[in-house]
Design a protein around this ligand. Structure first.
Ligand SMILES: [Zn+2]
Length: 368
């Protein structure tokens, strides 16, 4: 049986798989020698869900489009493509040695043969059928438009009411995606929270949790006066998130989770092969999830916060109402991730440390 190797692929998941499950040998495709290789049938099984996204165009396009060799998408004409071209140009799967050896097409042919798929998929042009009807990857763009509409609406028009259209086109699809991006931090996982010391008195351990109601302020996730627990994955991120000035004293508390909880992870989106047969969900929503991850973590100047946080506050309320206990999102200020938990009851907090801020690094760009 033919073997492919780690040099054939650019995709990290495939590279790791070959590294871990393969054996040293010579590659039949890119020509690398004495390298981690794997039998082509094992790679075929990983690629099968991705290949299943594509169908021969004869199954759905009009005969006129077939004759012209192109179709209309979002107001533009597109040429029809073969399966190997789709995989080469749209998925960042293959690396230069394989592409330079001109063997992508051969590799895909062998994979289709190994999987016992109908060879029509090689002889015809292919497409993701749902894209043809404007429902596949365009779903993300449609949701993004509705997100903009929702933000505008909730900030300036209807604070406590969401239109039926936004419910249908934005919140319902989001609700369907939640199970795919839910993670369960393990019991005993450690998180950090920082507070700036405002006077001579040291901050006590009992003051490190959700603030008392009179001290609460609205945040990225919580409207005033609801209290959520904002944590970070490491001390530096926790400190940078509270924006201390030079010479200020910052107290950092350690929070230990005492039971596993479901939370949404929008800090990163799993790469395509981690989705297995759910790759259709990935294909449809990945662009919106990346956008949402950015929206939920983007840094704001203090004067913008009161208004700009309203959409994310609403969204967090929606997520909470679904029984999810928190959200993990990227920190733009620090090197780690941020978390918001809707309650502090599953945490034990101990071990305070006090730090003095010695320096702050600013980066800036000229605004014209
Ligand atoms: Zn190779």
């Amino acid at each position: 049986m033919n073997k492919c190797c780690i040099n054939c692929f650019y995709d990290k998941y495939l590279k790791n798989f070959i590294e871990e499950s393969g054996q040293i040998g010579d590659c039949d495709y890119c020509g690398s020698i004495n390298i981690a290789c794997i039998d082509i049938n094992k790679i075929a099984l990983i690629l099968e869900p991705l290949l299943s996204l594509y169908s021969p165009i004869e199954e759905f396009v009009s005969s006129e489009e077939m004759k012209n060799g192109q179709y209309m998408e979002n107001g533009y004409f597109h040429e029809f493509t073969f399966l190997w071209e789709e995989l080469l140009y749209n998925w960042e799967l293959f690396d230069d040695p394989l592409i330079d050896a001109n063997k992508v097409e051969t590799l895909i042919e062998d994979i289709v043969w190994e999987l016992g798929l109908n060879e029509q998929i090689l002889q015809s042009f292919v497409m993701v059928e749902s894209d043809y009807y404007g429902e596949g990857k365009f779903t993300s763009e449609i949701m993004r438009d509705y997100w903009d509409e929702f933000c505008n609406d909730i900030k300036f028009d209807n604070r406590f009411f969401v239109s039926a259209e936004i419910q249908k086109e934005l919140l319902n699809p989001l609700h369907q995606i939640f199970p795919y991006i839910t993670i369960y931090p393990e019991s005993k996982e450690i998180f950090y929270r920082a507070r700036i010391q405002r006077d001579k008195d040291k901050i006590k351990i009992e003051d490190m949790g959700i603030p008392q109601i009179e001290y609460r302020r609205p945040g990225r996730a919580n409207p005033f006066p609801i209290g959520y627990l904002y944590l970070a994955s490491n001390e530096l991120t926790a400190i940078t998130e509270v924006r201390p000035d030079i010479s200020e004293i910052v107290t950092v508390g350690k929070f230990i989770l005492n039971k596993s909880l479901p939370i949404l992870d929008i800090s990163h989106i799993k790469p395509p092969f981690d989705w297995g047969w759910d790759i259709r969900i990935y294909y449809k929503y990945v662009r919106f999830l990346l956008f949402l991850g950015n929206e939920l973590s983007k840094p704001l100047a203090p004067y913008q916060e009161a208004i700009e946080y309203i959409p994310t506050q609403f969204l967090c309320g929606f997520i909470k109402s679904e029984g999810i206990k928190g959200i993990k999102y990227r920190s733009h200020r620090g090197p780690g991730n941020n978390y918001v938990f809707f309650s502090e009851e599953s945490f034990k907090y101990n071990e305070l440390k006090t730090y003095k801020i010695e320096s702050i690094e600013y980066k800036f760009s000229e605004q014209k």
